[in-house]
Design a protein around this ligand. Structure first.
Ligand code: DOR
Ligand code: ZN
Length: 339
């Protein structure tokens, strides 16, 4: 049996939600030492004080990871509040949702010009900008929205503010990989599901709402580019699961929610991808080191063991009033976190 010892991984992009859902899903991120919680609650976590309060609610679940917070950028975000929160450790990053791009993004940025002063301040103080990189123009084909965002919005922004530290969150395309490689101070998170599936998974024998997330799955050539980026050892690419739980009845609906709940299986799935790519020696970089370096935090002093062992994750987990479907639930995985 092959085993691997790596520093404890971090999840640099996760939706933990709030209230009863938070209490139900937080324990499933226990494999990670630090998690960066996304702020798209209702109402959004859009001030340093709101981040502090949300962090306390996450900590109160007793989940054995350190929660870090990103605040939600709005047209009215106050640069002084961000700077104070960053210096106090209430937030480590700021998340830019283009208004209308995804779940609970309606309070997001309507025009990059509205946040120019905030972005200038962030560039000056080294506060990272996390980007949901998709244009919201309905005339742009949904499979092109990431590429068009990078070409028409983020590229010109970073040309003006090259010092801005930026993460293309949940990168889904070959174009995003090339974008990150070509720019200083830019990184990307990659999800397990975008490494695992291409867009055919959405239609495999019928319509598959549990494979629907945003940015939507792309072509096989994109998945191959993501696998090469994740497993290639380049420190600009690191793990961010984008684990995004929705109750089954909201996924299997006329207008189903976007999101894949992958927290319970993410580390195993990443390990299997690295094994398939013959890159297990680089798994620790992707899961445990590159993100910490980007966020200027120490690599975890704890270690975890990952072992080659077949196991079958549950299809669903129970939540108050329903269930949430688990990414790869019911399938046989080949790697497991020991213990
Ligand atoms: O699939 C997604 N789900 N993509 C996002 O950007 C948001 C997330 C959610 O919060 O459900
Ligand atoms: Zn997300």
């Amino acid at each position: 049996m092959r085993t691997l010892t790596i520093p404890r991984p971090d999840d640099w992009h996760v939706h933990l939600r709030d209230g009863a859902m938070l209490a139900s899903v937080a324990p499933f991120s226990a494999g990670f030492g630090r998690i960066l919680a996304m702020p798209n609650l209702v109402p959004p976590v859009d001030t340093a004080a709101a981040a502090r309060a949300y962090r306390a609610r996450i900590a109160a679940t007793g989940a054995p990871f350190a929660p870090l917070l990103a605040t939600y950028l709005t047209d009215r975000t106050d640069p002084d509040d961000l700077e104070a929160g960053f210096r106090a450790g209430d937030l480590v990053a700021v998340k830019w949702y283009p208004a209308g791009a995804t779940t609970h993004s309606d309070r997001g940025v309507t025009d990059v010009r509205h946040v120019a002063a905030v972005l200038e301040r962030m560039a000056a103080i080294g506060l990272p900008l996390l980007v949901h990189g998709e244009v919201t123009d309905r005339r742009v084909d949904i499979f092109d929205r990431e590429r068009v965002f990078l070409e028409t919005i983020l590229g010109p922004l970073l040309d003006r503010l090259p010092a801005l530290r930026c993460v293309v969150e949940h990168a889904t395309t070959r174009d995003a990989v090339a974008f990150v490689r070509s720019r200083p101070n830019t990184a990307a998170t990659i999800t397990p599901h975008h490494l695992w599936w291409n867009r055919n998974a959405l239609f495999e024998g019928g319509l598959r709402p549990h494979a629907y997330c945003l940015p939507v799955l792309k072509r096989e050539e994109d998945r191959q580019a993501l696998r090469a980026a994740a497993t290639g050892g380049d420190p600009r690419f690191f793990a961010g699961t984008d684990s995004a739980p929705h109750p089954v009845h909201k996924k299997e609906a006329d207008c189903g929610c976007a999101g894949v709940f992958c927290a319970p299986t993410a580390i195993a799935a990443y390990a299997q991808v690295f094994d398939e790519e013959q890159a297990l020696d680089r798994l620790g970089g992707f899961l445990s080191q590159h993100g910490a370096a980007f966020y200027r935090l120490p690599v975890s002093a704890e270690t975890v063991q990952i072992e080659e062992r077949a196991w079958t994750p549950p299809e669903c987990i129970a939540i108050e009033g329903g269930t949430v479907r688990v990414f790869l639930g019911g399938e046989t995985l080949r790697w497991a976190v020991s213990g």
